[in-house]
Design a protein around this ligand. Structure first.
Ligand SMILES: *Cc1c(COP(=O)(O)O)cnc(C)c1O
Length: 230
């Protein structure tokens, strides 16, 4: 077994174990492998192991990768997730390959997505990303704005709000941040009852996230190995 296959299996096993420990099923938690900065062949190898859900955080990297994979592995229906801060001028491009955007976090982005949906009759699934830190430079919506923002998202035809996404702050206990995400997720569900998904948990904290109810974990380096700067 390759190193990549071994790490992939180990993470899958740990996801199952964490789910079981919390009285949940492994199938309640979807693994999205974040492949940013890693070559297309890493995605191809994981696809050969049966994996389909992948995430990237930069359109200029993601789009050519997705296009290359359609050539390298024809017939495979890749499920691409866009997880990074999304500039409005990249929305049109991202919507070509991504079925899901995890970083819907501001009115200007919502407006641009609405515009693209109106002109293309397409559909897109989104998570509302929360900023759980005091750092305004990080992506994410101020959690106190969730209801108002969810109401405006509900008015966009073709856009489905799946739930909330959050990244735990650096140097803090992820548990406290994930508890906040869960609380905001309940607020969101008062506006959008079906928006039950919770995209929380990365390589360093996915087991805690699963304990607190993550339905989607976004895991990069624990599977792909370390990456250079990004
Ligand atoms: C890079 C990234 C991840 C994965 O990070 P790891 O620590 O490598 O698992 C998850 N979510 C987002 C938004 C990312 O940018």
């Amino acid at each position: 077994m390759s190193q990549l296959a071994a790490r992939y299996k180990e993470v899958q096993d740990r996801i199952s174990a964490a789910a079981t420990l919390s009285g949940r099923q492994a199938s309640d938690v979807e693994l999205i492998v974040i492949t940013k900065t890693h070559p297309t062949l890493v995605v191809a190898e994981l696809a050969d192991l049966g994996h389909r859900s992948f995430g990237e955080n930069k359109d200029q990297e993601a789009r050519p990768k997705a296009m290359e994979l359609d050539v390298l592995r024809p017939g495979i229906n890749f499920d691409w997730h866009f997880v990074g801060q999304l500039q409005s001028n990249k929305v049109k491009s991202a919507m070509i390959y991504a079925k899901t955007i995890h970083s819907l976090d501001r009115p200007s982005l919502l407006k641009e997505i609405a515009k693209q949906l109106a002109s293309s009759q397409a559909q897109i699934d989104c998570y509302i990303e929360l900023n759980l830190t005091q750092d305004l430079n990080r992506g994410g919506l101020d959690p106190s704005m969730i209801r108002q923002f969810a109401e405006s998202a509900l008015e966009v035809p073709g856009l489905r709000v799946l739930g909330v996404m959050a990244v735990a702050g650096l140097d803090v206990d992820p548990r406290a941040d994930f508890e906040t995400a869960v609380r905001i997720s309940h607020e969101l569900r008062e506006i959008v009852p079906e928006a039950k998904a919770l995209s929380i948990g990365m390589s360093a904290d996915y087991e805690v996230a699963i304990e607190l109810g993550a339905t989607h974990v976004r895991i990069g380096s624990a599977i792909t190995g370390p990456r250079g700067n990004n």
